[in-house]
Design a protein around this ligand. Structure first.
Ligand code: NAG
Ligand code: NAG
Ligand code: NAG
Length: 624
């Protein structure tokens, strides 16, 4: 049809126009007079006009035919086109993948060239992890199954378990890391249970259309991508995601995780039994340099009196019952499962919390006090990519100070609403919170009343026995405090300001010896640590090196004692591992050495020592 010869076309057109022309006088004689007659009179012009109209419509007809044929061709080639598109997009996101690199969760190592090493260093400076390497590790990499062996034998009734909406929020996440998160979810979650993944882009600085297309193709309808154009922060982004969810259970995850085999079923089983239960997995570590997948320990989350998240060991009976789920007083934050209805009844997160910080505290306290519970489920393991501890993460483009203020405001809200009279204990440790306005708390207090939530004391009575031993409400007197002054070089005092990364230095003792400036102020605490500010003195490398680090309250390399007779400051709890702190005046540094009571470089003087307390220092402490 399309290839009609021109002569045939012309003939058809001529015939058509003639036919039309002769029908005109008969067909409309009754109503067309002057105009029709006019037309008839100018037959030639009319012929031309009709010719034009007719050929126009025929060409249009032919054109639609061509389109149709093209469309047919397009349909028949849809599969191949899709394949082409997939491979184009795959080239964008996965072309650098090196097969087997990082497989089974092993550290991804290679003999990188100098340029590659520079690229690695650059990516770590920018993101806090080795993003360069991440692109080279398959999104579908395998992981070693490190569950407790009895977990592998457990069977779950898939048809009875509720399905889940996984809510993941992100802000400027690396595509390779995000893809690995989603791929692990797809390949290690029973299809029957995974209703949808709600991926909320919280105002990332640029929109990656290609990534969007790739997600559509790679995950089809499983991933629902929702973009918030102006960043609202982690907390509100999660609430937005939760509001879009359709399944009965919500699972909140970070955008830089890898779920492991069998992760979901054990998280759901306790919720099936009791619908006011929130469950958390064991969080394993993905190394920020090599992406090695490392086993995390089961623990009980808590907070200290500065409202920092801390981890406590399992209670004895919980350790014995492993891998049975155990009570988790405070969730770690990012990763948990909760019934959608229960989350809604609790009002989600407090809407007054901004950006991030304190939200896991708020939700955890609310859960426990208002009739729910949190269980950590050791059979469920999820790897989390922790950034380099020295990387300064920024969630907003606000200046550092206003971001800090927002976080402090969140903490103040949590303390005001949930801690009752013990908020004063927190404020005594963090007096700056009391000058930050908390905003309107009426809604939160109403909720607390409406849900008949218990007082905070209940939480301490039921979940915090060991916590109160470690972090008592009323602190007993310290063993010693003030400056720590060298006896052999009396001008020098231990200074927590770092000279090199993590190393304390010695500087000139100035001012009051009992109440010196904070960098020179050390306390031999009731935990038998040498603490200054929030930092503690510790030894590393078999005790050979002295560092300062966050106090971990686990004794070990942060255990210190002071012998009032020999004036030695001694590292180590067990008798056969003790070393003494030694002054090195030439380099203004401290080291450790074998304890020698005659060595004056090992002698120290505290600004104030409580001899009565020091006399009982070793009561109830294991030394062998
Ligand atoms: C057929 O596919 C081509 C190339 O993909 C496209 O340019 C064209 O518009 C498509 N035609 C129709 C009718 O869909
Ligand atoms: C790196 O090179 C060494 C020596 O050439 C070789 O033994 C090793 O297997 C290489 N490592 C990798 C990860 O390619
Ligand atoms: C829990 O289940 C009970 C009984 O089916 C139901 O009445 C209640 O609304 C549920 N609560 C939540 C928070 O899902």
């Amino acid at each position: 049809m399309l290839n009609w010869p021109a002569s045939v076309l012309a003939k058809t057109l001529r015939g058509l126009s003639r036919k039309l022309l002769f029908t005109v006088p008969n067909g409309c004689a009754c109503f067309c007079d002057t105009m029709c007659l006019d037309i008839l009179r100018q037959r030639k012009k009319v012929l031309l006009l009709l010719l034009l109209m007719a050929s126009g419509s025929i060409f249009y007809y032919l054109y639609t035919l061509k389109l149709e044929r093209e469309r047919d061709a397009n349909v028949s080639s849809t599969t191949s086109r899709l394949e082409r598109e997939i491979s184009d997009l795959q080239a964008v996101f996965e072309s650098e993948v090196v097969p087997q690199l990082g497989a089974l969760g092993r550290p991804a190592r290679g003999n990188w060239t100098t340029e590659e090493l520079e690229a690695i260093a650059k990516s770590q400076r920018e993101t806090g992890y080795n993003a360069w390497l991440s692109k080279r590790i398959s999104p579908e990499r395998t992981l070693y199954d490190m569950r407790h062996r009895s977990c592998k034998k457990l069977k779950y009734p898939l048809e009875k378990l509720p399905s889940v909406s996984v809510v993941i929020t992100y802000h400027n996440e690396e595509a390779s890391v995000l893809l690995r998160t989603l791929s692990s979810l797809r390949s290690r979650t029973p299809v029957l249970l995974l209703r949808e993944i709600i991926l909320v882009d919280d105002g990332s600085s640029s929109v990656d259309e290609k990534l969007n297309d790739f997600l559509q193709i790679k995950f089809l309808n499983m991933v629902k991508h929702h973009r918030i154009s102006t960043q609202v922060g982690l907390i509100q982004a999660r609430v937005t995601g939760a509001n879009l969810a359709l399944a009965d259970v919500l699972v909140f995850l970070d955008s830089h995780v890898e779920v492991t085999h069998g992760w979901l079923e054990p998280l759901l089983a306790p919720i099936l039994t009791s619908n006011r239960t929130c469950t958390t997995p064991i969080i394993d570590t993905i190394d920020y340099e090599t992406f090695a997948y490392r086993r995390g320990k089961p623990s009980r989350g808590f907070f200290n009196w500065q409202l920092n998240y801390i981890q406590l060991p399992l209670l004895k009976e919980e350790a014995v019952a492993m891998p049975a789920p155990h009570k988790n007083p405070i969730m770690n934050g990012g990763l948990f499962a909760i019934g959608r209805q229960w989350f809604a009844e609790l009002g989600g997160y407090d809407k007054g919390l901004k950006i991030w910080g304190g939200e896991q505290l708020e939700l955890s306290l609310k859960l426990w006090l208002c009739g729910g519970q949190i269980l950590e489920v050791p059979c469920s393991r999820i790897g989390h990519l922790y950034r380099d501890g020295n990387f300064q993460i920024r969630y907003t483009d606000k200046d550092k100070n206003s971001e800090k203020k927002l976080i402090q405001r969140n903490y103040r809200r949590v303390a005001e609403v949930w801690l009752d009279e013990l908020k004063d204990k927190v404020f005594a440790n963090m007096p700056h919170l009391t000058v930050i306005p908390a905003g309107n708390l009426a809604e939160q207090r109403d909720l607390r009343k409406r849900l008949h939530c218990k007082p905070f004391k209940w939480f301490l009575d039921h979940l915090a026995a060991d916590f109160l031993n470690l972090y008592p409400i009323i602190d007993p007197a310290e063993y010693a405090t003030g400056v720590l002054q060298s006896v052999s070089s009396p001008k020098l005092c231990l200074d927590r300001t770092e000279s090199r990364p993590g190393r304390p230095k010695l500087s000139s003792c100035s001012g009051d010896r009992v109440f010196p400036r904070s960098e020179l102020h050390w306390t031999l605490t009731n935990h038998r640590e040498l603490q200054s500010g929030l930092l503690c003195l510790e030894v590393r490398n078999q005790g050979m090196e002295v560092y300062i680090y966050h106090c971990h309250r686990q004794k070990g390399n942060q255990f210190w004692s002071f012998d009032p007779k020999t004036r030695q400051v001694i590292s180590g709890q067990m008798q056969d591992s003790r070393l003494c702190l030694e002054v090195q005046p030439e380099i203004h540094a401290v080291t450790t050495g074998d304890c020698d009571p005659k060595n004056s470089k090992q002698q120290w003087k505290f600004g104030y020592q409580n001899n009565e307390r020091l006399h009982h220092f070793w009561d109830n402490v294991k030394t062998h």
